[in-house]
Ligand binder design. Structure first.
Ligand code: FAD
Length: 496
């Protein structure tokens, strides 16, 4: 039996990066949001290498930049690859792109138990009701429209929560996505299995690249080698479906045999010991088959992150696609709830942009698995699939930084932030002068707060515009929408 029907504007299923980002952005627009998360955080998840678009774009919008900076995550300046026809490893740096040049030319390598916790706690602080150990069982429909969910809470009681939108952010194992209709189509091309674990005291690339992800192709597939701290490394072997038998049997033996196939990874792990206790002590296997659902939404329900689609992990696009789709879906929900944009227009914009980003990675990755060419050919492909007007290397870096959509321009986000800081200090001084020097004096609190608020709002809009980039004024698709000034909604573009 279900008890206590509660009503929310939005119920989000899953508190991973997709779910907590979406919930935060909807709560910031003043709506009542509930996250139902079946696990108790911190919980383990793979997907540790992030992109600048997530760290400096979406994470800045939801307000966790400072907290992430304080968390001590490894700085990832780019990627180093032993990949393609040449034996020599090659490296790309995020700083090559003028859109991430300077202070935003890095991302983080994160322990997901810490990163996801920061995002979920931030959602709570921004007003989201978060309930852990609550597993959603089903969605509730009324006349073809999704109107809520049923879930089992921590005490085993079955409950129902009503919502104007249900967001499925339950990751790759959930089944709720079926309620939007359509099918989940698996790629014939990307069908691999990953076997992964953690090591202490593995070798590091020489500075300043010691925080780079190292990706190494070998006979049966490729390795990721991700430095999570000075001493802890995440190591995973991704093997093709045809070689699946290589990860059968005892996982320890299997992993060590695969390591032995790669001279470079063997060298990096020569003096390392595998972690054998705690969450990092387990060796895990995951299918990383790529898939995409043919439908991403229906009235009252929308899919974000792995619940909607997943593409091969070689360029670490998973968390980027989860947080970016969360931003797009949040804008659609906020616009519809505010009565500003019709549901079909708002969610078509979400789906078009999301599919575009997914297919850029998908198409590029197809050519990246051609091992008979060298890196210049990969750079050329990146320019082709993004239709970029920039140089080949720069197009490649923008694609793999998650900023090819002209939506994020991180280059002057920092300088705008500084300008804003300076200006709000000027305002504060001006207000201080008006209200007299003495402490507490005869301040006019109303006046003070409204001026400061205005300055803050303007500053926030300016910062957001900088983060959202130069292309934000023009629609991405003919007849489409553009992000609003505060980044939280869609707007109809100016036609003059
Ligand atoms: P998740 O992070 O999976 O979160 C979903 C949440 O929903 C979970 O907390 C789960 O407990 C909860 N949930 C599930 N069902 C229910 C339910 N019924 N009720 C309530 N809660 C529920 N990405 C990267 O960015 N970088 C990488 O380096 C990278 N490497 C990868 C390597 C491999 C081998 C694989 C397979 C993936 C990799 N990824 C990587 C992808 C990354 O793991 C995912 O894309 C990312 O975690 C998706 O985030 P999400 O928020 O959509 O889902």
């Amino acid at each position: 039996t279900s008890v206590n029907q509660e009503e929310f504007d939005v119920v989000v299923v899953g508190g991973g990066p997709g779910g907590s980002t979406l919930a935060t952005l909807v709560a910031m627009a003043g709506h009542r949001v509930l996250i139902l998360e079946k696990e108790s955080f911190p919980r383990y998840q793979i997907g540790e290498s992030l992109l600048p678009s997530t760290v400096h774009g979406v994470c800045r919008l939801i307000g966790v930049t400072d907290e992430l900076a304080k968390a001590g995550f490894t700085h990832k300046l780019g990627g180093t690859f032993r990949w393609g026809a040449r034996d020599e490893p090659w490296t790309f740096s995020f700083s090559v792109s003028r859109k991430t040049a300077g202070s935003t030319s890095y991302a983080y390598q994160v322990e997901r138990m810490k990163f996801d916790q920061i995002l979920l706690d931030n959602a709570r602080r921004k007003g989201v009701e978060v309930r852990e150990r609550c597993a959603v069982n089903d969605v509730v429909e009324d006349d073809g429209k999704v109107v809520g969910v049923t879930y089992t809470d921590a005490d085993g009681t079955v409950r129902q929560a009503g919502a104007r939108y249900v967001v499925d952010a339950s990751g790759n194992t959930g089944r709720l996505h079926r309620h939007v209709g359509g099918t989940r189509e698996y790629s014939d091309f990307f069908r691999s299995l990953a076997l992964f674990g953690y090591f202490e005291n593995g070798k590091r690339l020489p500075a300043p690249r010691s925080g780079n992800i190292l990706s190494v192709a070998f006979g049966s597939g490729w390795f990721w080698y991700i430095p999570l701290s000075d001493t802890l490394t995440s190591v995973g072997a991704v093997v093709r479906r045809e070689d699946a038998d290589k990860i059968q049997g005892d996982p320890e033996t299997a992993l060590m045999k695969l390591v032995a196939e790669s001279p470079l990874i063997s060298e990096y792990l020569k003096d390392a010991t595998r972690v054998t206790t705690g969450e990092y002590g387990k060796l895990r296997v995951r299918k990383d088959y790529s898939y995409t659902n043919t439908k991403f939404w229906k009235p009252g329900m929308v899919l974000v992150g792995d619940a909607a689609c997943f593409v091969d992990p070689v360029f670490s696009s998973g968390v980027h696609l989860a947080t970016y789709s969360a931003l797009l879906a949040a804008r659609s929900i906020n616009s519809v709830l505010a009565g500003e944009i019709g549901e079909t227009a708002a969610f078509s914009e979400f789906e078009n942009r999301y599919r575009r980003e997914y297919s850029v990675f998908y198409e590029f990755l197809m050519s990246f698995y051609d091992m008979h060419v060298d890196e210049d050919s990969y750079f050329w492909q990146a320019k082709k699939v993004t239709s970029s007007t920039r140089g080949e290397l720069e197009s490649f870096v923008e694609l793999v930084a998650g900023i090819s959509a002209e939506e994020f321009d991180l280059s002057d986000a920092e300088s705008v932030a500084l300008r804003f800081k300076k200006r709000s200090a000027e305002f504060a001084d001006a207000v201080g002068e008006l209200s007299g020097p003495e402490e507490g004096g005869d301040m006019k609190p109303l006046f003070k707060s409204s001026v400061v608020r205005q300055a803050m709002e303007q500053g926030t809009q300016e910062q957001t515009r900088a983060i959202l980039g130069v292309g934000a004024d023009a629609p991405m698709f003919p007849g489409g929408l553009v992000p609003s000034g505060d980044g939280l909604r869609w707007a109809v573009p100016d036609t003059d």
